[in-house]
Design a protein around this ligand. Sequence first.
Ligand SMILES: [Zn+2]
Length: 131
Amino acid sequence: MICEKCGALITSIKTSRFAFDGSDFDTVLKIEEDDHYNAVIMETDREWTGYELSEREMRDRLLCPYCKQFPFANDEIQIYDVVRIVCFKRDQTEKGGVTAESAIKAVQEAAHELKDTPPDDLLGIGSTMQF
Ligand SMILES: [Zn+2]
């Protein structure tokens, strides 16, 4: 985006975060432009130093890296708490996991069973049908 205060092309916003010991340090937030809402979106978490502050104080923590001002003419800031869901896949090297080899073997076994099955059984009208 173009900083609306100094005109510089910026791809990140200068801000700060809390460290584990409670001190804070300077960092940058990557910006993502949303053309539909004509907005700029930045993702951070509760360790952002502006998280529980007023909108005016938040603006003091979102700065153009060049002119050190809030880079938007519009003062409005909307904060959304995002829920991130992380699920873990089975370890591919684990015993019993689906590997390329086990998938091929399963397909080969299914093809073999199909070949040995009488046509009537495939239609479900073979010896297994009970009345
Ligand atoms: Zn600027």
